[in-house]
Design a protein around this ligand. Structure first.
Ligand code: MIC
Ligand code: SF4
Length: 643
């Protein structure tokens, strides 16, 4: 029986576990990336592990999220990360160099390699034929230290792309269609593999748009084959030497298959407040808009910017619209500045932002009250833009640019003929904003620069045998990490200070949660389906840990968040009978006993609540169980290193 592309790469990197669906496997990690919002914590954790030099082939620390610097905190974090990187053997992409995923695709991604990143959109690398996975900072720290990365051997969905996209319909519309069909939970437990004759009609940056937003499916990752188009891209980046052709065997077997006829697609939009709430632009056309934001790791490539500049060229942005554009990297910005595309944007009235995440993570450009914002980004969760009652629609750059001119949601197919947009034969290559690490012999002389906002890792303790836990919060389905640990301009600067950031934990749902949880001392959270979807931020586990949360009991979990809870030593439990969710109210007390024994050997955890017994499952591997018993991955790793 033949292998799928993902299976081939995973098999070549297997260092532990049984190569069989559903079992936990350990894979060797070739590359890592971090960004600054998760990076400070990841490097604090790396330091605790005490490994002098990273053991990966390539590790890169990017600064792209917290670039507002409205106080000293962000700048201090940048300095800290830069110094850790220099000392321990990590390349440092300076602020201004661009969004981690865009830059990594341009300068470092290699077909067939494994990459984990402390950011959920790390699967962008799948556009180059990598197995690229988003993970918590601690998992990335462990991989930098030479440890394996553990995942459940995923099931594989094949998405066969047929034909070719029509003019003004783009890669963003492909992934929106996938989200429409599969939903934000449809990818949980799967890797999404693209195949079919339509693949060769898409360039690497277009493929990367699709794999990037595959994160919104809840998938472990998404991947395209490595072919002529991959070679073309790598050659234009001056990196053809890292090219290898890669594809699935013709007789590979998939767990699920889907066909998308590219010719039949039309421009789509994800409506508030979920990336899978997809409608056609045609249906919504004419809706008045207040803002357009073009950029983010999903849609900020040179090709995207060239299309936008073409649409805006010689025109003026509608007076009712604020148009902000953030090119994805210094390479993109520099090229559009050289070829005149930037002037077209500026002349049309676009507000040019620095090459960073910016409005995507709520760092500025919050819409007006009840504002309608079209964004080329990947997430439109409630409140993420910084304006609670804003309606954010996720669209392609073509749709956003066309609409910015008319002031209403506009189908870009009304723009008339589309010229051919091609990748350049040579990108402008200048890596002067990527600082190489110090040589090993000089590492002792590198001083780590710590600012006053940088606090340590929260206190942990081995799992207790019995716990008496009041329910400090009860929430519903599809709770995102933006609910649990909001970001944005006010809160993001606190990412390296868990006690401070904890004061904002769950405040989107309940302003009093942090105070209540802290006063209770130890507590449990009750939730519904797909709890923890979205970001890889381990702060969504570390803040609850700091506030005394010992168990999160839900109907189902999103993958990365569940792993982060285990890493933090918080029990991630699911209801055996989902109907039991209704039996527990906020304030009820749950009694859990014989925990150590059950966690060690398996079996149901029984919670006594309101005179009834509720059966809870702990779906966890043997290693996860050891981690929980030890009080989290850091304690577990420390013990392992001692051994
Ligand atoms: C996001 O898009 O939500 C982020 C900000 O990039 C996060 C990481 C973070 O919260 O720092 C992600 O996607 O993992
Ligand atoms: Fe940055 Fe937004 Fe991409 Fe997250 S999704 S990495 S915040 S651009």
């Amino acid at each position: 029986m033949g292998l799928t592309l993902s299976e081939k790469i995973l098999k070549a990197h297997l260092v532990g576990g049984e190569f069989k669906k559903g079992s936990q496997i350990a894979i060797r990690i070739d590359q890592t990336l971090t960004q600054d919002a998760t990076g400070t914590m990841a490097y604090i954790e790396y330091e605790v592990m005490g490994v002098p030099r990273v053991k990966t082939e390539k590790s890169v620390a990017y600064i792209d999220h917290n670039t507002l610097q409205s106080g000293f905190e962000n700048a201090d974090d940048h300095r800290f990360i830069g110094s850790v990187a220099k000392k321990h053997g990590i390349s440092f992409s300076r602020p201004g160099n661009g969004i981690c995923h865009q830059v990594h695709l341009e300068r470092f991604g290699i077909p067939g390699k494994t990459l984990i990143g402390s950011d959920s959109h790390t699967p962008t690398g799948g556009g180059l034929g990598m197995i690229a996975i988003g993970a918590g900072g601690l998992d990335v720290a462990v991989a930098m230290g030479g440890g394996a990365y553990y995942i459940t051997y995923p099931k594989i969905i094949k998405i066969e792309l047929r034909g070719k996209l029509s003019p003004w319909v783009s890669a963003k519309d492909v992934i929106l269609e996938v989200l429409r069909r599969l939903s934000v939970k449809g990818g949980v437990g799967y890797i999404v593999e693209y195949a079919g004759d339509g693949v060769k009609t898409l360039s690497v940056p277009e493929r990367a748009t699709i794999t990037n937003m595959g994160a919104e499916l809840g998938a472990t990752t998404s991947i395209f084959p490595s072919d002529e188009k991959t070679l073309e891209f790598l050659r234009a980046q001056g990196r053809e030497d890292v090219y290898t052709p890669l594809s699935a065997d013709p007789d590979a077997v998939y767990d699920k298959e889907l066909v998308i006829e590219l010719d039949k697609l039309e421009p789509l939009a994800a409506c508030p407040h979920s990336p899978d709430n997809v409608k056609t632009v045609r249906e919504l056309a004419g809706m008045k808009i207040d803002q357009c934001c073009i950029g983010s790791c999903t849609n900020s490539s040179l090709l995207d910017m060239m299309k936008v500049a073409y649409i805006l060229g010689g025109k003026t942005v509608n007076p009712g619209v604020s148009l902000a554009i953030a090119p994805g990297s210094k390479q993109v910005l520099s090229m559009i500045s050289e070829n005149g595309a930037l002037s077209k944007m500026i002349d049309a009235g676009a507000r040019i932002l620095e090459s960073a995440c910016g409005p995507c993570i709520g760092m500025g450009q919050s819409p007006n009250s009840k504002g309608i914002s079209l964004r080329t980004f990947n997430r439109n969760f409630e409140g993420r833009s910084g304006t609670r009652d804003a309606g954010v629609y996720l669209v392609s750059p073509e749709t956003a640019a066309a609409s910015a001119l008319t002031g209403v949601l506009t189908d870009p197919r009304t723009l008339g003929d589309m010229p051919e947009f091609r990748l350049p034969e040579k990108f402008l290559i200048n890596d002067n904003m990527i600082e190489p690490p110090a040589e090993e012999k000089d590492m002792d002389s590198v001083e780590i620069l710590r600012g006053p906002n940088i606090a340590g890792y929260p206190e942990t303790s081995p799992l207790a045998d019995s716990l008496s836990l009041p329910c400090s919060l009860k929430v519903g389905d599809n709770i995102t990490t933006d609910h649990i640990m909001p970001a944005g301009a006010k809160i993001l600067p606190l990412r390296s200070n868990i006690p401070a950031i904890s004061q904002h934990c769950f405040t989107v749902c309940d302003e009093n949660f942090p105070k209540r949880a802290k006063e209770l001392g130890a507590s449990a959270i009750i939730g519904g389906e797909n709890y923890g979807q979205g970001s890889s931020r381990e702060h969504a586990a570390l803040a609850p840990l700091y506030l005394g949360v010992k168990a999160v009991i839900v109907k189902s979990f999103a993958r990365i968040h569940k792993a982060n809870l285990i890493n933090a030593g918080i029990l991630p439990l699911t209801f055996k009978n989902p109907g039991d969710y209704d039996k527990i109210a906020q304030g009820d007390r749950l009694e859990l006993s014989s925990l150590r024994e059950t966690v060690k050997n398996g079996g149901d955890v029984i919670a006594k609540v309101n005179g009834e017994s509720v059966a809870l499952s702990l779906e966890a591997s043997e290693r996860d169980r050891e981690i929980l018993l030890a009080g989290g991955l850091l304690d577990y790793t420390r013990e392992e290193l001692k051994k």
